[in-house]
Design a protein around this ligand. Structure first.
Ligand code: PLP
Length: 388
């Protein structure tokens, strides 16, 4: 029986047929009444995903573009920001802020862990910060941050803007934007919403928009104040990635049909079953259970064979996963379970990783034994002469 492709990368994810098909709807002008109807409707239906009744702005760019739009719009050079880094994407947020001239301070956790809320609060108490930049779900480490706890701790000590990367949590976990007093949250289409890439989805508070409206914004194209002005008129500042707006319309329909809270529960359930399956293979899920992400499972392999295991997974099992980032490249694989992923596929992926890791381990042992054997032979041959 042919093995089915099991595409468990961390995004862009596989897109269901109905959503793909929506991209072939005919093109319309973004200044037309028809577009205004579509855009206004899609934006309204994004609100529950963020937990806001305020402004949501689809921008034509990837998630990094959304992060840059946030920073370039609400900050001005010399303003001080605190970046809470849990991994690679937190580092990127700090780089973007520095690129736009912010004075960047960082509080970080070792990869696979979170920064305690009290540590964020005590750092914020040290200076007058314009903003704190957070990552809700750190895709590089498979960690979801305790956003509610963080936001409460931040709000207790500071009225700085809270800017959050929700790229890999939007549509998979609650954001509660209004309730937590967040100011900017940056999501995307191509992860838990199971849409193609092309739009950053950015929720913005009124006070963040006031900051963005100050003179000296750092980006012409990625200007949240201009985007908000146009959104009020039911359109975008520039030509949008229209096929993705159509796809998003279909993706939101799928979420609405299933029920948003059920979609969140499903992601949590699939992730839990994936972790159980990983552990049943004798492998380690890197973060502690209470910080494990609903969309990404980071698996530590027993030996540094991650690239070899990943190749074997693809070529022999048609299972596709993401490699570890940075220092985790040789030891960690990341399994994505974003969007409507059947539990059986997540489990089958874990089983395939177990099988390939065992084979790689056995091959490594044989290799090591052979090398030791060669060394022993060389030793036997040379030792006597050396001893004489
Ligand atoms: N932030 C997080 C948490 C991500 O996972 C990613 C991409 O995987 C990004 C930001 C960057 O998004 P993009 O690749 O769409 O620019």
């Amino acid at each position: 029986m042919p093995v089915m492709r099991n595409y468990r990368v961390t995004g862009p994810v596989e897109v269901p047929e109905g959503i793909l098909a929506a991209m072939t709807r005919r093109m319309i002008s973004h200044r037309s009444a028809e577009f205004r109807g579509l855009f206004t409707d899609v934006v309204k239906r994004l609100e529950p995903l963020f937990g806001t009744s305020g402004t949501v702005l689809p921008l034509t760019c990837s998630g990094t573009g959304g992060m840059e739009a946030a920073v370039a719009s609400v900050l001005r050079p010399g303003e001080r920001v605190l970046v809470v880094e849990l991994g690679y994407f937190g580092e990127r947020f700090a780089e973007i802020a520095a690129h736009h001239g912010a004075h960047v301070d960082v509080v970080r956790a070792p990869w696979g862990q979170v920064v305690a809320a009290r540590d964020i609060a005590s750092r914020l108490a040290e200076h007058a910060y314009a903003a704190v930049l957070l990552t809700h779900n750190e895709t590089s480490t498979g960690v979801i941050a305790p956003l509610r706890e963080w936001a409460a701790a931040i709000r207790a000590v500071s009225d700085c803007l809270i800017v959050v990367d929700v790229v890999s949590s939007l549509g998979a976990a609650e954001i509660a934007f209004d309730e937590l007093g967040l100011d900017v949250a940056v999501g995307v289409t191509q992860k838990a919403l199971a849409c193609p890439p092309g739009l950053a989805l950015v929720a913005v508070s009124d006070r963040a928009l006031e900051r963005a409206a100050r003179p000296g914004g750092r980006s012409y194209y990625l200007d949240l104040a201009k985007a908000a002005e146009h959104a009020r008129l039911g359109t975008t500042t520039y030509t949008p990635a229209l096929p993705i707006v159509h796809a998003l319309d279909a993706a939101l329909r799928a979420v609405e049909d299933e029920g948003l809270e059920q979609v969140w529960r499903r992601h949590a359930h699939t992730a839990r079953r994936c972790r159980e399956a990983v552990r049943a293979q004798g492998l380690t899920v890197v973060p502690p259970e209470e910080h494990c992400s609903p969309t990404v499972t980071a698996v530590r392999l027993p030996s540094p064979d991650a690239e070899r295991v990943r190749d074997e997974l693809a070529t022999r099992h048609d299972v596709w996963v993401s490699s570890g980032r940075g220092g985790w490249k040789s030891e960690v694989l990341r399994v994505g379970h974003m969007g409507p992923v059947p539990v059986a596929e997540a489990e089958a992926c874990a089983e395939a990783i177990g099988a390939c890791a065992r084979e790689a381990g056995a091959a490594a042992e044989v290799g090591a034994a052979a090398e030791a054997g060669t060394a022993a032979e060389v030793g036997t041959a040379t030792e006597p002469s050396a001893g004489r």
